[in-house]
Design a protein around this ligand. Sequence first.
Ligand code: DHB
Ligand code: MG
Length: 219
Amino acid sequence: PTAAAWQRVDRYLADTLVGHDDTLEQAVADQNAAGMPAIEIAPVNGKLLHLLARMTGARRVLEVGTLGAYSTIWLARGIPADGRVVTIEAEPANAAVARANLDRAGVGERVDILLGRAAEVLPTLEGQEPFDLVFIDADKESNTIYLDWAARLGRPGTVVVVDNIGRDGRVADRDTTDPQVIGVRQGLEMLADDPRFDATAIQTLDAKGWDGIAIALVV
Ligand code: DHB
Ligand code: MG
């Protein structure tokens, strides 16, 4: 299909099933105004994360990569008011925008933004109650590190979602030298080989282009 065709379908699906929400749209507008990259997940995928949180009955959600908290708002709205989203962001300026967006969305009290490199922050979460749902959406080079922590901080039954596993089709280039694509491929191979996981992945064509998500179960 042409880009125009699938973009039209994505708009139709988003209009029909996701709808419009001033708070979410303002979060994206403020993120853009702050000069942050427009790499938040598409509305249809935000709704997917939200539904996964509800379908799994998640009370504790871990997110790696907050950006402006667009996905964080979707996740926080999918857990009970006394649940917790812990989201990790390396860039202080992003975290400030995220905090304002979460507070305006009315979910600020159930979200902790932890500032720092996720590889350094994740070990500090050991010993807490396990996370029920984990969303990995940060520097792709570190996906295997984040998956390892998702398994360690989860429990059998924890659901793990990894964003951006398609990368305009480049994921299938076995000779790629792009470190992000290499990181994505290593993450997928880990999901296949590591006995702590069972997983699949789907390509996506949406407002953010041709990409994909992996969905894994901690076994
Ligand atoms: C990029 C990162 C993302 O998480 C995403 O969804 C899209 C693009 C990037 O780094 O280019
Ligand atoms: Mg992403």
